[in-house]
Write a protein that binds this ligand. Structure first.
Ligand SMILES: O=C(O)CCC(=O)C(=O)O
Length: 271
């Protein structure tokens, strides 16, 4: 009998805790066609938050859209039935995996636009140490892969969030943040990045600083990110409209995210 391999090994959990990021080869290998169909449906029928981050006249396209899982059946399937919830709970060492949102990120061939270095948590209305996103490419990626600054999830202050289109400050109040780092110039920062195959995943903490190069390859770079929180996550206010905004959510600082909008999955085998 073949031994049963755990979804996420102890070594992977320890790397995730130490670096704020870890690669999990093949985690979604059986889900590539589902994700592909979902991305295609999403791009054919974008939602209200769909956005293009390449300026008019510049080469290529960087499409992103999020919060579509309730209307895109393939994404709902990923939330309910893929290994994501169980792997998230294990990585966060959490009883629960609560789904925050889906995010599609497609860089067409010939796109020079890099994804700016950023942390996700300053854009989000959630605080907590138990957080994880899975960045799942469905095309092979090398240079256009996700790049992350190891250990940045433990930095003492958040990094200034910026707008992807033009690098403008995301909130008016910008004093409480560290400047956006440039790890290609500051060699004291250690960048981790991996060439990936379709269905591999990079799991990373919401506070891990990350970015990506443009896509100068001859093939598309289609990615689905699935974002989760754990037991300690609480609603937090930010100095302006967050991304995603979720208008009318009605939550107060310190409350858990409402379960009717952010479903809680209790993976039976997670601990
Ligand atoms: O795909 C990219 O270029 C950036 C992805 C990202 O920022 C994320 O998934 O949080």
């Amino acid at each position: 009998m073949k031994p049963i391999r755990p979804l996420v090994t102890s070594d992977q959990i320890e790397s995730f805790e130490a670096d704020g990021a870890v690669v999990i080869p093949g985690l979604f290998a059986d889900w590539v066609s589902v994700i592909e169909a979902g991305i295609e449906r999403n791009m054919r029928d974008p939602g209200p938050y769909a956005s293009e981050s390449v300026s008019a006249g510049a080469p290529g396209s960087f499409f992103d859209d999020y919060c579509n899982w309730q209307r895109i059946p393939e994404f709902r399937e990923m939330v309910d039935h893929s290994p994501a919830a169980e792997a998230a709970a294990r990585l966060m060492r959490s009883e629960i995996a609560q789904f925050f949102h889906d995010h599609v990120l497609v860089k067409e061939p010939g796109t020079q636009k890099p994804t700016p270095w950023h942390q996700d948590s300053p854009y989000y209305f959630v605080d907590g140490e138990q957080t994880v996103s899975f960045w799942i490419p469905i095309d092979p990626v090398k240079e256009a892969t996700l790049r992350l600054i190891a250990g940045s999830h433990r930095w003492p202050k958040p990094v200034l969030p910026v707008r992807w289109l033009n690098d403008a400050t995301f909130y008016d109040a910008s004093d409480d943040y560290l400047p956006v780092p440039d790890p290609d110039a500051d060699l004291s920062l250690r960048v981790v990045e991996w060439p990936l195959e379709p269905g591999d995943a990079v799991a990373f903490h919401y506070k891990t600083v990350h970015g990506a190069r443009g896509n100068l390859a001859s093939r598309r770079r289609r990615v689905l990110s699935l974002r989760w929180v754990g037991d300690d996550a609480r609603y937090a206010e930010r100095p302006g409209r967050t991304s995603p905004p979720y208008p009318g959510h009605g939550m107060q600082p310190g409350q858990r995210l409402r379960e009717d909008w952010f479903p809680v999955i209790r993976p039976m085998t997670a601990r």
